[in-house]
Write a protein that binds this ligand. Structure first.
Ligand code: IVH
Length: 721
């Protein structure tokens, strides 16, 4: 039986009751298929239509709402879980380049960093960027010991049992390989296997998969390795993590990959070693021409500095290596229509218009939404006042538009097809009030430039339910507290619950939930649809596990405006403990004095960010919530990176004058990698000043304050060569 299409308004009470019974069992069956078996029978849109119909019928006949109604369920069966594995070396991502000009800039930046002229003397490898899932496979004494997904780059999931079923990945390595070696690369599914699998799914009347990449990911995240084995996954090796005896191995990227081949790994045949920008771009075009004929999806070409010693000198920025970049293929585009424009309210009150689109496939993925960013964007004006669409085409409801999707990036509206604009269409009007709390929505004026901010913000603050909920969702998100079993749906449920034994309105409430539950015999979570005894116990365990948390995560979780993960890490590293951080921020309240300049001196923190942090701690309500939170949770003192034993760990260094052995950028990167903080100006907190020829006022200041001064050679000797 399919969902009845009788309009809800004309249903009799008896028909409504019968249909609600059907919908409850049908939706439960789809939940089970989707979450328990990874074998959905209906599309997301069909599934949503069933849920919407259920809601509509309940809205008309509230008395008929069933105890097992899908509208009462929060969350679904948990996803299969795999044990975490912390990567011995982080798995980083790559910076993207899009144009020939970007590629030239990348190559020049390598030369510049190394203090060399761009004379074509540095070789680069160029190879396809495989659109799959990166994997780190660890071998100990020649045997496959474990395999982990990338995860957040620091910790991945242990999928060893599934990786062992992939024929292309050797379970043992030849004699003579290093005792510990981690081979990294991409697990993928071929286009032909993907199509065959989809044909099979379709012939069995099941829902087909979206693309090879998601299918490969789903195939790996199976608790039953037999399912993985049946999916014929493949592998390309292109990088490595920890290696115990690196000195016995080749000294270049190219030869390293050839070594993997000799060990029995598949490696991509299109990799070349090239020097000039022209040759590199030529190879990119060749790979682009071959792309349609390759039996695997690629989304660009990766360039890497070939010599490993140069890679080492170039090192990393916070997330990506300086020695590599991904040159992406142009994005794919499609036509569709704007059905309506909704407003989403974010954590900081930003009102973001989102276009709801007639579903359309762009590069193999169904797109139904596109962000419209802000009022100006809708009008066709960019962040710096520039025109972003031809003739300042604005976007209106009813418009036919061109959407573009590049990789995993959120779809963008590229342009409006003016010939198709309905005659009666009207320019879009931004809301003057927050659609959630009704508070005034304003565009702030930038104090410095006097210009209007591009973002329209709800002024409701803590009054706005949307902001409060988004704050909580951020708090439990993956890179913050990451509480298993407490996702976005559950937060909605707990936030809406007004029962004192259930409600979660602020972060500390998460940690008092168990106590409140124990004290209340009446509203037991385990009796609520969608929870159950086991999941409640697991939830409480997951919450308890986070009572101790890394300082950087804690700071990030606070949701301070402009403080993302990178800034949170900088703050954690700089202040060491939460107490030190908060008292410094309180001291900086007047935006003057030592604590204020100390904050501004942290490399990577600018004035706007510094101001936002100090403002955050001036708000009594924030201090009150944090106070309650600290009664439940202990942030751990930050590790001084993995640089114990480094003579400069935790020290503040200032470079001045010209350096001869390194570029300024390299000197700074090297010092930071050894745990030092590099500051721009000399103060009482400076530990060392490294002065080259031509040093001036900073050197004078250092002498005046009695700070230890070294020249470049002394500095190098101090670092240990
Ligand atoms: S090198 C330190 N080479 O792209 C850099 N990555 O955006 C290590 N990828 O997470 C990565 N093909 O999953 C590299 N030939 C290739 C690649 C490749 C695909 C993926 C990989 C990585 C992501 C970075």
């Amino acid at each position: 039986m399919a969902a009845d299409k009788t309009p809800v308004e004309t249903l009799t009470e008896n028909e409504a009751a019968a249909e609600l019974a059907f919908l409850a069992s049908e939706i439960a069956r789809h939940d089970e298929l989707y979450h328990g078996h990874d074998a959905p029978e209906v599309s997301d849109a069909e599934y949503d239509a069933l849920k919407r119909r259920n809601d509509a019928i309940e809205a008309r006949f509230p008395q008929l709402r069933r105890a097992d109604s899908p509208s009462l369920k929060v969350g679904a069966a948990p996803l299969p879980t795999f044990a975490p594995i912390t990567h011995s070396r982080p798995m980083l991502s790559l910076d993207n380049t899009f144009s020939d000009e970007d590629v030239r800039d990348f190559i020049n930046s390598v030369y510049r960093f190394l203090g060399r002229l761009p004379d074509g003397s540095i070789a680069f490898t160029a190879e396809p960027k495989i659109d799959g899932l990166s994997m780190s496979i660890r071998y100990e004494n020649g045997r496959l010991a474990n395999a982990a997904t990338r995860g957040d780059g620091t910790t991945g999931e242990n999928v060893t049992a599934n990786i062992l079923t992939i024929d292309e990945i050797p379970n043992t390595l030849p004699k003579g390989v290093p005792a510990v070696v981690e081979v990294r690369g991409e697990v993928y599914m071929t286009k032909s296997d993907f199509l065959a699998l989809n044909e099979k799914m379709a012939s069995e009347g099941k829902r087909t998969y979206v693309n090879p990449r998601n299918t490969a990911a789903g195939s790996l995240r199976q608790l039953d390795p037999k399912v993985t084995a049946s999916r014929r996954l493949r592998f390309f090796a292109y990088a490595w993590g920890e290696i115990s005896e690196p000195n016995d191995l080749p000294k270049t990227q190219y030869e390293m990959v050839q070594t993997f081949k000799a060990w029995g790994f598949p490696v991509n045949p299109l990799m070349k070693r090239l020097n000039s920008v022209e040759d590199i771009i030529e190879h990119y075009r060749e790979i682009g021409l071959k792309r349609p004929d390759l039996d695997y999806e690629i989304d660009g070409v990766v360039y890497k500095v070939d010599r490993l010693d140069l890679q080492q000198r170039l090192g990393f920025r916070s997330r990506s290596p300086r020695w590599a970049t991904a040159h992406k293929f142009p994005a794919e585009q499609a036509f569709t229509r704007v059905e309506k424009i909704d407003i989403q309210v974010g954590r900081t009150g930003a009102l973001t218009p989102v276009a709801r689109l007639t579903p359309v496939t762009v590069g193999g993925v169904v797109v139904t939404n596109a962000t419209l960013h802000n009022e100006d964007y809708i009008k066709g004006i960019g962040n710096s006042g520039e025109r972003i669409r031809e003739d300042e085409h604005d976007i209106r409801i009813g418009d036919t538009i061109i959407v573009q999707r590049a990789g995993d990036v959120i779809p963008q509206v590229l342009d409006v097809v003016m010939e198709k604009r309905p005659a009666d269409s009207v320019p879009y009007e931004s809301p003057k009030k927050c659609p959630v709390c009704g508070s005034h929505a304003v565009r702030e004026r930038n104090e410095k430039t006097g210009k209007l901010d591009s973002v329209t913000r709800c002024t409701g603050g803590f009054v706005c339910r949307a902001q409060a909920v988004e704050h909580l969702k951020h708090f439990v998100s993956r890179n913050a507290f990451d509480i298993e079993g407490l996702g976005s749906k559950q937060i909605d449920f707990f936030f809406e619950a007004d029962d004192p034994a259930l409600t979660i309105k602020t972060a500390p409430d998460i940690f008092t939930l168990k106590k409140r539950q124990e004290a209340s015999p009446l509203t037991k979570l385990e009796n609520i649809e969608g929870f159950g005894r086991v999941s409640v116990r697991k939830l409480f365990d997951a919450i308890d596990e986070r009572r101790s948390i890394a300082l950087a995560r804690f700071i990030y979780a606070l949701g301070i405006r402009h403080v993302g993960e990178t800034t949170a890490k900088l703050l954690a590293r700089h202040y060491g403990t939460y107490d030190a951080f908060q008292s410094a921020m309180t001291e900086a309240a007047s935006f003057a004095g030592d604590a204020w300049s100390d904050l501004n001196n942290i490399e990577g923190i600018g004035e706007v960010v510094a101001r936002a942090i100090v403002e955050f701690f001036k708000e009594p309500r924030n201090l009150e919530v944090i106070g309650r939170l600290l009664e439940e949770v202990t942030p751990q003192a930050a590790e001084q990176v993995s640089t114990s034993g480094s003579p400069v760990s935790g020290k503040t260094v200032v470079f001045t004058g010209s350096l001869e052995k390194f570029t300024r950028e390299e000197a700074k990167a090297r010092a930071e990698s050894l745990g030092a903080k590099v500051a721009g100006s000399v103060s009482k907190k400076t530990d060392y000043v490294v002065a080259g020829p031509g040093a001036g006022s900073k050197l004078d200041k250092a002498r005046e304050l009695g700070v230890q001064v070294m020249d470049e050679d002394e500095w190098l000797a101090f670092l240990g060569g």
